[in-house]
Design a protein around this ligand. Structure first.
Ligand code: AMP
Length: 218
Protein backbone atom coordinates (compact mmCIF):
# COMPACT_ATOMS: atom_id res chain seq x y z
CA UNK A 1 0.00 0.00 0.00
CA UNK A 2 1.13 3.51 -0.74
CA UNK A 3 -0.44 6.00 1.58
CA UNK A 4 -0.16 9.73 2.22
CA UNK A 5 -1.19 11.12 5.58
CA UNK A 6 -2.19 14.79 5.45
CA UNK A 7 -3.16 17.10 8.27
CA UNK A 8 -2.11 20.24 10.10
CA UNK A 9 0.79 20.04 12.54
CA UNK A 10 -0.67 18.52 15.69
CA UNK A 11 -3.57 16.79 13.93
CA UNK A 12 -2.06 13.47 15.03
CA UNK A 13 -0.15 12.35 11.92
CA UNK A 14 2.70 10.80 13.92
CA UNK A 15 0.33 8.91 16.23
CA UNK A 16 -1.82 7.47 13.43
CA UNK A 17 1.25 6.84 11.26
CA UNK A 18 2.63 4.52 13.97
CA UNK A 19 -0.62 2.53 13.99
CA UNK A 20 -1.07 2.38 10.23
CA UNK A 21 2.50 1.28 9.52
CA UNK A 22 2.21 -1.44 12.15
CA UNK A 23 -1.09 -2.78 10.80
CA UNK A 24 0.00 -2.86 7.15
CA UNK A 25 3.69 -3.66 7.81
CA UNK A 26 4.99 -0.75 5.78
CA UNK A 27 7.67 1.82 6.65
CA UNK A 28 6.85 5.41 7.46
CA UNK A 29 8.58 8.14 5.48
CA UNK A 30 8.32 11.06 7.86
CA UNK A 31 10.25 13.95 6.36
CA UNK A 32 10.19 15.92 9.64
CA UNK A 33 11.77 12.97 11.54
CA UNK A 34 14.33 12.46 8.77
CA UNK A 35 15.28 16.14 8.86
CA UNK A 36 15.57 16.16 12.66
CA UNK A 37 17.91 13.18 12.40
CA UNK A 38 20.06 15.03 9.84
CA UNK A 39 20.18 18.09 12.12
CA UNK A 40 21.10 15.91 15.11
CA UNK A 41 23.92 14.27 13.15
CA UNK A 42 25.20 17.63 11.88
CA UNK A 43 25.17 16.50 8.22
CA UNK A 44 25.42 19.07 5.39
CA UNK A 45 21.68 18.61 4.75
CA UNK A 46 20.93 19.05 8.46
CA UNK A 47 22.98 22.25 8.56
CA UNK A 48 21.05 23.68 5.63
CA UNK A 49 17.64 22.65 6.99
CA UNK A 50 18.10 23.72 10.62
CA UNK A 51 17.28 27.44 10.31
CA UNK A 52 14.12 26.84 8.30
CA UNK A 53 12.88 24.28 10.81
CA UNK A 54 13.55 26.50 13.78
CA UNK A 55 11.55 29.28 12.14
CA UNK A 56 8.68 26.88 11.43
CA UNK A 57 8.84 27.43 7.66
CA UNK A 58 9.27 24.86 4.90
CA UNK A 59 12.71 23.54 4.02
CA UNK A 60 13.47 24.23 0.29
CA UNK A 61 12.15 21.66 -2.18
CA UNK A 62 15.60 20.88 -3.60
CA UNK A 63 16.70 19.43 -0.23
CA UNK A 64 13.43 17.56 0.37
CA UNK A 65 13.22 16.04 -3.13
CA UNK A 66 16.72 14.60 -2.91
CA UNK A 67 16.00 13.06 0.49
CA UNK A 68 12.61 11.60 -0.52
CA UNK A 69 13.86 10.16 -3.81
CA UNK A 70 16.73 8.40 -2.06
CA UNK A 71 14.44 7.00 0.65
CA UNK A 72 11.89 5.71 -1.88
CA UNK A 73 14.64 3.72 -3.55
CA UNK A 74 15.32 1.70 -0.36
CA UNK A 75 14.57 -2.00 -0.27
CA UNK A 76 11.98 -1.70 2.52
CA UNK A 77 9.83 0.66 0.41
CA UNK A 78 9.32 -1.92 -2.36
CA UNK A 79 6.04 -3.26 -0.98
CA UNK A 80 4.63 0.08 0.10
CA UNK A 81 5.09 3.00 2.46
CA UNK A 82 3.31 5.79 4.26
CA UNK A 83 4.24 9.44 3.79
CA UNK A 84 3.89 11.56 6.90
CA UNK A 85 4.61 15.27 6.38
CA UNK A 86 5.18 15.00 2.65
CA UNK A 87 3.98 16.42 0.28
CA UNK A 88 3.59 19.73 2.01
CA UNK A 89 3.06 22.16 -0.86
CA UNK A 90 1.63 22.16 -4.36
CA UNK A 91 5.09 21.83 -5.91
CA UNK A 92 5.81 18.78 -3.73
CA UNK A 93 2.50 17.15 -4.69
CA UNK A 94 3.29 17.63 -8.38
CA UNK A 95 6.80 16.25 -7.85
CA UNK A 96 5.46 13.14 -6.11
CA UNK A 97 2.89 12.60 -8.83
CA UNK A 98 5.65 12.68 -11.44
CA UNK A 99 7.90 10.38 -9.42
CA UNK A 100 5.06 7.85 -9.09
CA UNK A 101 4.33 7.82 -12.81
CA UNK A 102 8.03 7.47 -13.67
CA UNK A 103 8.24 4.43 -11.39
CA UNK A 104 4.82 3.01 -12.28
CA UNK A 105 3.63 3.33 -8.71
CA UNK A 106 -0.04 3.70 -7.80
CA UNK A 107 -1.15 5.78 -4.84
CA UNK A 108 -3.58 3.70 -2.74
CA UNK A 109 -5.05 6.37 -0.52
CA UNK A 110 -4.65 9.86 0.95
CA UNK A 111 -5.97 10.25 4.47
CA UNK A 112 -6.62 13.83 5.53
CA UNK A 113 -6.85 14.26 9.30
CA UNK A 114 -9.22 17.12 10.02
CA UNK A 115 -8.69 18.78 13.42
CA UNK A 116 -9.95 22.08 14.85
CA UNK A 117 -7.49 24.88 15.60
CA UNK A 118 -8.30 24.54 19.31
CA UNK A 119 -7.40 20.85 19.34
CA UNK A 120 -4.23 21.48 17.34
CA UNK A 121 -2.92 24.09 19.77
CA UNK A 122 -3.69 21.82 22.74
CA UNK A 123 -1.96 18.88 21.04
CA UNK A 124 1.16 20.80 20.05
CA UNK A 125 1.68 22.63 23.32
CA UNK A 126 1.15 19.39 25.28
CA UNK A 127 3.20 17.12 23.01
CA UNK A 128 6.22 15.39 24.50
CA UNK A 129 8.55 12.85 22.89
CA UNK A 130 10.79 10.20 24.35
CA UNK A 131 14.37 11.42 23.89
CA UNK A 132 15.43 7.85 23.08
CA UNK A 133 12.71 5.89 21.26
CA UNK A 134 10.61 8.80 19.93
CA UNK A 135 7.32 7.53 21.49
CA UNK A 136 4.74 10.31 21.49
CA UNK A 137 2.84 11.49 24.59
CA UNK A 138 0.64 14.44 25.45
CA UNK A 139 0.44 15.97 28.90
CA UNK A 140 -3.30 16.71 28.41
CA UNK A 141 -4.61 13.85 26.29
CA UNK A 142 -2.13 10.96 26.48
CA UNK A 143 0.17 11.41 29.49
CA UNK A 144 2.95 9.02 30.39
CA UNK A 145 2.36 7.04 33.60
CA UNK A 146 5.15 8.95 35.39
CA UNK A 147 5.45 12.65 34.47
CA UNK A 148 8.23 13.39 31.94
CA UNK A 149 9.38 9.74 31.76
CA UNK A 150 8.82 7.33 28.85
CA UNK A 151 6.59 4.32 29.72
CA UNK A 152 8.51 2.13 27.26
CA UNK A 153 12.14 2.68 28.22
CA UNK A 154 12.23 5.09 31.19
CA UNK A 155 14.08 7.82 29.24
CA UNK A 156 13.29 11.50 29.78
CA UNK A 157 10.56 13.09 27.67
CA UNK A 158 11.37 16.28 25.76
CA UNK A 159 9.45 19.03 23.99
CA UNK A 160 10.34 19.74 20.36
CA UNK A 161 11.86 23.20 19.88
CA UNK A 162 9.32 23.99 17.19
CA UNK A 163 6.41 23.10 19.52
CA UNK A 164 7.04 26.32 21.46
CA UNK A 165 4.20 28.81 21.06
CA UNK A 166 5.64 31.36 18.57
CA UNK A 167 6.81 28.64 16.19
CA UNK A 168 3.52 26.74 16.47
CA UNK A 169 1.61 29.79 15.22
CA UNK A 170 4.02 30.19 12.31
CA UNK A 171 3.73 26.49 11.41
CA UNK A 172 -0.05 26.74 11.39
CA UNK A 173 0.14 29.77 9.08
CA UNK A 174 2.47 27.86 6.75
CA UNK A 175 0.07 24.89 6.80
CA UNK A 176 -2.92 27.07 5.83
CA UNK A 177 -1.05 28.80 3.04
CA UNK A 178 1.12 26.02 1.59
CA UNK A 179 -0.26 22.63 2.59
CA UNK A 180 -4.06 22.97 2.85
CA UNK A 181 -4.40 23.71 -0.91
CA UNK A 182 -3.08 20.24 -1.81
CA UNK A 183 -6.18 18.66 -0.27
CA UNK A 184 -7.98 19.76 -3.43
CA UNK A 185 -5.21 18.30 -5.61
CA UNK A 186 -5.79 14.81 -4.19
CA UNK A 187 -9.57 15.21 -4.03
CA UNK A 188 -9.57 15.73 -7.79
CA UNK A 189 -7.62 12.50 -8.20
CA UNK A 190 -10.38 10.66 -6.29
CA UNK A 191 -8.07 9.20 -3.63
CA UNK A 192 -8.78 11.49 -0.69
CA UNK A 193 -10.68 10.55 2.48
CA UNK A 194 -11.12 13.09 5.24
CA UNK A 195 -11.36 11.80 8.81
CA UNK A 196 -12.72 14.11 11.51
CA UNK A 197 -10.36 13.57 14.45
CA UNK A 198 -12.00 16.08 16.80
CA UNK A 199 -14.12 13.48 18.58
CA UNK A 200 -13.47 9.88 19.53
CA UNK A 201 -10.44 8.20 21.03
CA UNK A 202 -7.34 7.15 19.14
CA UNK A 203 -8.43 3.50 19.01
CA UNK A 204 -11.84 4.31 17.48
CA UNK A 205 -10.39 6.80 15.02
CA UNK A 206 -7.68 4.34 13.99
CA UNK A 207 -10.39 1.78 13.21
CA UNK A 208 -12.13 4.35 11.00
CA UNK A 209 -8.89 4.97 9.13
CA UNK A 210 -8.24 1.21 8.78
CA UNK A 211 -11.67 0.64 7.27
CA UNK A 212 -10.99 3.29 4.62
CA UNK A 213 -7.55 1.81 3.92
CA UNK A 214 -8.80 -1.78 3.80
CA UNK A 215 -11.19 -0.77 1.03
CA UNK A 216 -8.44 0.93 -0.95
CA UNK A 217 -5.88 -1.91 -0.69
CA UNK A 218 -3.80 -2.01 -3.86
P1 AMP B 1 7.07 17.90 11.08
O1 AMP B 1 7.77 17.02 12.03
O2 AMP B 1 6.47 17.13 9.94
O3 AMP B 1 6.09 18.83 11.74
O4 AMP B 1 8.19 18.85 10.39
C1 AMP B 1 9.00 19.71 11.16
C2 AMP B 1 9.63 20.76 10.24
O5 AMP B 1 10.44 20.11 9.25
C3 AMP B 1 8.64 21.60 9.44
O6 AMP B 1 8.15 22.71 10.17
C4 AMP B 1 9.50 22.02 8.25
O7 AMP B 1 10.39 23.05 8.60
C5 AMP B 1 10.33 20.77 8.00
N1 AMP B 1 9.68 19.84 7.04
C6 AMP B 1 9.19 18.60 7.29
N2 AMP B 1 8.69 18.03 6.18
C7 AMP B 1 8.86 18.95 5.19
C8 AMP B 1 8.53 18.97 3.81
N3 AMP B 1 7.91 17.95 3.20
N4 AMP B 1 8.85 20.09 3.11
C9 AMP B 1 9.48 21.13 3.68
N5 AMP B 1 9.81 21.19 4.98
C10 AMP B 1 9.50 20.10 5.73
Amino acid sequence: MRIILLGAPGAGKGTYAQRITKRYSIPSIATGDMLREEVKNGTPLGKQAKDFMEKGVLVPDSLIFEMVKKRLGSEDCKSGFLFDGFPRSYSQAVYLDKLFSERNLVLSSVINLDASRELIIKRLSGRRLCSKCGAIYNVFTMPSKKPDVCDKDGSPLIQRNDDKEETVLKRLQVYEKETAPIIEFFKEKGVLSTIDVNNGDIGQLSEKIFSVLDKSKK
